[in-house]
Design a protein around this ligand. Structure first.
Ligand SMILES: [Ca+2]
Ligand SMILES: [Ca+2]
Length: 100
């Protein structure tokens, strides 16, 4: 369950008030697990879209922007830094920090 730490950091970087942050961390882990349908800890473009949609629903600012712009493909290409077609938790974390 190594990736759970990455997701927690991702939530911390979202800059939410500390009161909301614990809840947000739990929600982001659940969103990742729900989106990762085959459980390989990697998100395909389709799984990534599900993840962003879920995160937007719970109010993550970056995810809301992606959803509102319909920019899932652009966002995925940005997150997938090594271009292998999968977004890892580490890549999600890196994308979140570079987007601040
Ligand atoms: Ca997957
Ligand atoms: Ca990748």
């Amino acid at each position: 369950m190594r990736y759970l730490g990455h997701i927690a950091i991702l939530a911390a970087l979202a800059g939410l008030p500390s009161t909301a942050q614990a809840q947000y961390e739990e929600e982001s882990v659940q969103a990742f697990l729900a989106a990762d349908r085959n459980g390989d800890e990697l998100l395909t473009p389709d799984e990534f879209r599900t993840f962003i949609a879920t995160m937007a629903e719970i109010g993550a600012p970056m995810s809301r922007r992606i959803r509102n712009l319909g920019a899932y493909g652009i966002a995925f290409n940005r997150v997938d830094a090594d271009g292998n077609g999968y977004a890892t938790p580490a890549e999600l974390r890196a994308a979140e920090s570079s987007n601040r």
